[in-house]
Each structure stands twice: as C-alpha cells, then as structure tokens.
Design a protein around this ligand. Structure first.
Ligand code: ADP
Length: 489
C-alpha cells in the first residue's frame, strides 16, 4: 500500500502543502508581529511629541500668568497636561533634571497588570534615565515582567532651559494576547487543513489513476493469441490517453510483426511441402516397383535432384531473410566497380539464356565506383536478371542500362516477358508472392521461390538504395535499382 503511486502522490502533495502552510503561517505571524511593533512605536512617538508640545505650552502659559500673580508649580502644570492625556494603555511619567519624578498618569483601571507594572516602572525608570544621559536623548525599550510586557519611549527635552524627561509606556498585553490567539489558530487549523487535503488528495489521485488500473488489467489479458485487442483510450489529449495510444501503437506493430512471422512460417511450410512430397513420391514409386528399369530409376533420381536443389534454394533464401530480419547478416563493405559487376552478372545470365535464344543488350555508360557488399549486390542484380530471363519468351530481348544520375547510380533491367498483372504489382516484393504460381513451378530451372525480390529489396535498402517496378505491361517489365554514389554505410 505504501509503495503505491496513489499513496506516494498523496504523501508528496500533503508534504508540499504542509511546507507551504507552515511557511505562510510563520511569515504571516512575523509580519503581523512586526507591524504591531511598528504601530506601537509610531503611536508612542506621536503621544510623546503631543504630550511634550502640550507640556511646553502649559509652562509658557504658566510663565505668562506670573504677570497676573497666578503662580503655578511645575508639578501642577505637569498634572494638568497628564489629565489631558488619559488613555487605557498609554501612561506618562515626567521627570525633572535630577531624575526626580514630577508626576505620572494614574491607572484608569487598577488591575493585576497595573499592580505589577507600576511599582516596577517607578523603581526602574530613574536607572534608565541615568543610562540615557550618556547615550541618546530618546529611545525605545521593552520590559518583560512576569508574563506582562511593556514598551516605553523615553525622551529628554529642554523646556524653558530646563531639561525634562518624558516617558510614555504602552502595555502590550492585548497585542500579545492577539498574537498568541493567532498562533493557536494556526496550530489548530494547519493540521486540520492537512488532514482534509490529504483525504482530498488521496481521492483525487485514486480518480486520476483509475484509468491506469483499467489499462493494466486490460494489458494483463493481452497475449500472443489476442494481440489484436487494444487498451481503452478515455481521453487522447491527456498523458494517460497518450500512453494508451502509444501502447496501442506498440501492440499494432507487434501484431503486424507476429502476423508477418505467422504468414512467413505458413508460406515456408507450404513451399517446402511440395518438393518434399515430390521427393517422397518419386522414391516410393521407384522403390516399390520390382521391375523398375535403369532409365526409370535415373529419371526419378533426376527429379529428386531437381527438387533437392529447389529445397536447398528455398532454405538458403529463407536463411538469408531470417538473418536480415534479426540483423545478424554480416555485411562486408568494399570498394568495387558496379559497371564491372553488372557486366559479370550479364555474362552469367547470357550463358543460361542461350538455350532460350534470348538476346541480351547491356549498355554501360560510364565507370561506376561504388562502396558496398559486393556479394549482396551481385545477388540482387542476378535475382532481377534471372527473373527477366525466366519470364522472357524464347527469342525475346533483355536490356540492361547502367548510368549515373545526379548522386545516384541507376541500373534498369527491361525484359519483354508477359508483364506483371496490375493487381499483383503492389505485392511482388512480398515474401513468397508469385503472380502466377503454376508458371513458376514449371520453369525449367525448378521455378522461383517467391523470395528473390524480397531479398533484392532488402539488399537495396541495406545500401540506402531503392528498387522498384518502374514499368510493366503485356510487352514486358522494367525494374530499376538506384544506389547512392556516396554510400556512407
Ligand atoms: P520468384 O522466385 O518466384 O521469381 P520473385 O520474388 O523473384 O520470386 O518474384 C515474385 C513474383 O513477381 C514472381 O513470382 C513473378 O510472378 C513476378 N515477377 C518478378 N519478376 C518478373 C518479371 N521480370 N516478369 C514477370 N513477372 C515477374
């Protein structure tokens, strides 16, 4: 279960989501805490400035009233200012230049926070003022006493040539409470969201991967005997649809190649059966006749010899194609003159054609230096020449033309045989195909195997060339071989 793709996907998805949520929460928490701190500091600064301005104007007013004999002490002035600045969370402390407290804000609500913080602040602030004298005239500071927090802003300023120190404090309890609630919300909601997302992710992964389950079940059922079956393609636009299509294409290719092999084996056994039956029949008839004459025995042996030759040719051709198919055929590339090879093949065919009184005209227009397997090229040309010889009627003509065309060598072989029927032309390069089986078998040389053109085509393709039936009608056929001059094999 833990190794299933579905579970792995769910783990990955949940893991990534967990990281995202934790990072988001930490960033949000830090941002809010930082913003709160900034807002508090801004508020403290504003409060202190406003208080100082008010205090200065109260002192100036006190000085003016001296002329009308209404003398106010600095403590009265400070108290009046403090009374104007009464807030729930902000408190003011005013010190003279001897660090003696002049006055401070009375807590609006007396509670455990004020009970703890006020005595502490009153005892701690003179030390702080001492320290500030040697450093700056204003600064911020945070105190943590028990579980309470207080942020203060201290500023020392000259008022009517007298230095006064104003301290504004802000109790941070509400802010801290808000932050701890936020933390609490994150701690509760993140695991909850993760559990929900994991369940959702698991269901989603199951739904998305369900076509794979169906595909694998279907694929398990496909074997050699039902290779025609295909996987279901639900949506050929998505990845799984494409995978199913590719798999189906693979099955199609496998099926075709299986089909080819089956046909090849069936055709091969059919081809082998006839000569074997003839050999068996001839041997049985001759051996079972006690009065068999020497002439009859010789005739039988001659028939058996012809069929044995034919069998050996079929087996040799099959072996060549089997090696070609498996890529095991050792091809030996050498440099040779194609024109000389063609002339040599023509000589061989000429001696075989003499019995049929066939005229052979060979036109070689130039030297044709070529790189390739000489033995295979010879076999290809001989296969075509032999076909031309076989199908040309006695007294007919075979024409061979060799020339260079752009970057290819072209060899065209034309006979004036009966031609190849239109419907058979597309199949002549298929294995064991014969347009007219009866005619092939009665050929004086034991008939064709139906593999000659397949082998010729394979040889041409191996040399990056082509071979095609360029023309055929009732007056004859032309086969054209093209081979690249620069054979880079
Ligand atoms: P085969 O050994 O039977 O000649 P091939 O593969 O060489 O086998 O040829 C396949 C078939 O193509 C032949 O059986 C024949 O029907 C036809 N064919 C090939 N060459 C010629 C040709 N020059 N003239 C007429 N038919 C031809």
């Amino acid at each position: 279960m833990f190794y299933s793709l579905r579970t792995k996907l769910t783990f990955w998805y949940s893991g990534v989501l967990a990281i995202v949520l934790v990072v988001f929460s930490v960033l949000t928490y830090s941002f809010i805490a930082y913003t709160q701190e900034q807002l508090t500091d801004d508020a403290l600064l504003e409060m202190a400035t406003a208080f100082l301005n008010s205090f200065v104007s109260e002192i100036q007013q006190g000085n003016d009233s001296q002329e009308t004999n209404e003398v106010k002490s600095i403590k009265d002035i400070a108290n009046e200012t403090i009374n104007d600045f009464k807030f729930k969370d902000y408190y003011f402390f005013v010190y003279d230049n001897n660090k003696q407290i002049i006055t401070y804000s009375e807590p609006i609500l007396v509670n455990s926070t004020t009970d703890t913080l006020f005595p502490f602040l009153l005892s701690e602030l003179p030390n702080l003022i001492d320290k500030s004298e040697s450093k700056q005239s204003h600064f911020y500071k945070t105190f943590i006493i028990n579980q309470y927090q207080v942020r203060l802003f201290l500023i020392t300023s000259q008022v009517e040539k007298q230095p006064y120190t104003i301290v504004v404090t802000c109790f941070l309890n509400d802010q801290k409470k808000f932050l701890s609630k936020l933390k609490y919300i994150f701690f509760i909601t993140i695991p909850f969201i993760l559990v929900l997302a994991s369940i959702g992710g698991w269901l989603l992964a199951r739904k998305s991967l369900s076509p794979i389950v169906v595909m694998s079940q279907q694929a398990m059922q496909i074997g050699a005997d039902n290779l025609y079956e295909r996987l279901p393609v639900i949506n050929n636009q998505d990845e799984l649809g494409r995978l199913a299509t590719i798999f189906n294409d693979l099955l199609e290719r496998l099926n075709q190649s299986f089909e080819m092999q089956r046909r090849f084996i069936a055709d091969a056994s059919h081809e082998l059966r006839t000569p074997i039956a003839i050999v068996q029949g001839e041997a049985e008839v001759t051996l079972s006749d006690p009065n068999c004459s020497v002439e009859r025995s010789k005739e039988s042996l001659s028939i058996i010899q012809d069929e044995a030759k034919r069998l050996s040719k079929i087996v040799e051709d099959m072996l060549t194609l089997a090696r070609a198919d498996s890529g095991q055929y050792q091809i030996r590339f050498v440099s040779f003159y194609l024109d000389e090879l063609v002339a040599d093949c023509v000589r061989t065919i000429r001696s075989l054609s003499s019995k049929k009184d066939i005229k052979i005209i060979c036109e070689i227009r130039e030297e044709m230096l070529f790189q390739g397997d000489e033995v295979l090229i010879r076999r290809m040309i001989l296969n075509l020449l032999d076909n031309a010889r076989k199908y040309t009627m006695p007294g007919g003509i075979i024409q061979i033309l060799c020339e260079k065309q752009k970057d290819t060598y072209v060899i065209a072989i034309t006979d004036n045989g009966p031609g190849i029927p239109q419907d058979a032309q597309a199949h002549i390069f298929e294995r064991f195909f014969r347009a007219d089986k009866s005619r092939s078998r009665i050929d004086s040389n034991g008939g064709g195997t139906g593999l000659g053109l397949s082998i010729a085509l394979w040889i041409a393709q191996t040399h990056k060339g082509t071979i095609k039936l360029s023309h055929s009608d009732s007056f004859g056929s032309t086969f054209t071989i093209t081979l690249p001059i620069q054979n880079s094999l």
